[in-house]
Ligand binder design. Structure first.
Ligand code: MLT
Length: 402
């Protein structure tokens, strides 16, 4: 038999959403080399990694250059010092997670994509619509059926479980990418209850939990009773500590979590120890420093900076009469592509016009799913200067639209 490719790749869109945005911007820049572009598309951070974390990295780099401090292959799940630091962080939300249930990785996206390896190919997936496209594309690549729960203005972009909803593996993200909506404890409890009653498994993406500022909003699904029996959780240092380039994340797979009588944690261990050789020692030392008092303090300064950026964008949109959500407990602002129902454009048309007229790049809502049509996502991760400038340019853009 001649070699054949995975036919499911033919079911994917031509390119990944953020690659498509990048491609269009590169083309625009080629035609307009003098235009000053402000990037608010992919959620890449701009604040440098805090010095206390860089110092930890430097110390680790020096260490591996010595006979005594050399580190080769690390432990499969990550170094205990980092898993203990993560466990300590969870304790801060009143959640006890044993280090044995924590797996260090090179970032949330890898784990979100890879976890499909341990579930039967027949297991389907339930996602919200709009949704972070990596969940859907990864599921499609492995031939899984994908079901959607509509996230609409009416439900505050936070669909709840309903009788008869399909999908064996349920992806939930709160604070949400792309809508910035946050689930209350009660909402999350409804999903946990649904999963337990119906034999489903929840993958909780907590990549943006560090942006939560309202008290009472859950940072972790494990704050909900019964979640350990039905959920795993994925988190990242990318947005929290500026690790988008450095790469580090963690996944919690509780030892209580079983599927068909088999420990999901044990399968994940088996998968990771076979197909992943770990995050570098230097990176893990950097990540450990995030949880020191000095690290937490420095990280908080950066998070506050992004929160203020979000407030600048949100205030501008309110002033311009543009309906939007997010920005308060999340680094994303989800806005309508117009100032009224009469002038709402489709998402890619809005993308093109915004770049053309203002030089601002955002992400078209329809790239996150059909339910995102007519919406647009801005990130708060730009520099302050660019955020203020973008707000000015958008004020003029919307004024001209009216
Ligand atoms: C986003 O812009 O949605 C994220 O930055 C993408 C990611 O984290 O992979």
């Amino acid at each position: 038999m001649a070699v054949r490719t995975n036919a499911h790749f033919q079911e994917l869109k031509g390119s990944y959403l953020f690659s498509e945005v990048g491609r269009r911007i590169a083309a625009f820049q080629e035609k307009n080399p003098d235009r000053d572009i402000i990037r608010m598309g992919i959620g890449d951070v701009t604040r440098p990694i805090p010095q206390v974390i860089v110092d930890a990295m430097k110390r680790a780099a020096d260490e591996v250059g010595t006979k005594e401090g050399f580190h080769g292959y690390g432990p499969e799940q990550g170094y205990l010092f980092l898993r203990e630091a993560v466990a300590g962080y969870y304790q801060g939300f009143g959640v006890t997670v044993p280090p044995e249930d924590i797996f260090i990785s090179d970032g949330a996206k890898s784990d979100l994509g890879n976890l499909g390896d341990i579930f039967d190919a027949e297991c389907s997936v339930l996602v919200t619509d709009p949704v972070y496209p990596a969940y859907v594309d990864s599921a499609v690549m492995s031939g899984r059926k994908v079901f959607y729960a509509a996230a609409t203005v009416e439900n505050g972009f936070l669909p709840l479980p309903e009788e008869g909803m399909q999908g064996d593996i349920i992806f939930l993200c709160s604070p949400n990418n792309p809508t910035g909506a946050v689930m209350t404890r009660e909402m999350l409890a409804q999903w946990v209850d649904f999963a337990r009653k119906n034999g489903r498994l929840i993958v909780f993406d907590a990549a943006y939990e560090c942006f939560i500022r309202d008290s009472g909003v859950p940072h972790s699904i494990f704050e909900i009773e019964g979640a350990r029996e039905c959920a795993m959780e994925i988190c990242s240092f990318s947005k929290k500590a500026g690790f988008t380039g450095l790469r580090c994340g963690y996944t919690v797979v509780p030892h209580e979590l079983m599927a068909g009588g088999i420990s999901v944690r044990d399968l994940w261990f088996r998968r990771q120890s076979t197909r992943f050789n770990g995050t570098s020692y230097i990176t893990q030392r950097a990540a450990e420093a995030v949880f020191t008092p000095e690290g937490e303090e420095a990280v908080e300064v950066n998070l506050e900076y992004y929160r203020e950026n979000a407030a600048i964008l949100s205030d501008m949109l309110t002033e311009c009469g543009v309906k939007h959500t997010g920005g308060k407990n999340a680094p994303y602002i989800w806005m309508q592509c117009g100032t009224s129902e009469e002038n709402v454009m489709d998402s890619w048309e809005f993308f093109d016009r915004l770049v053309e007229e203002t030089g601002i790049v955002g992400t078209p809502g329809s790239g996150f799913g059909k339910g995102g049509e007519g919406y647009f996502r801005l990130t708060a991760f730009s520099t302050r200067k660019n955020t203020v400038e973008a707000a000015e340019r958008m004020r003029r853009f919307f004024a001209a639209m009216k």
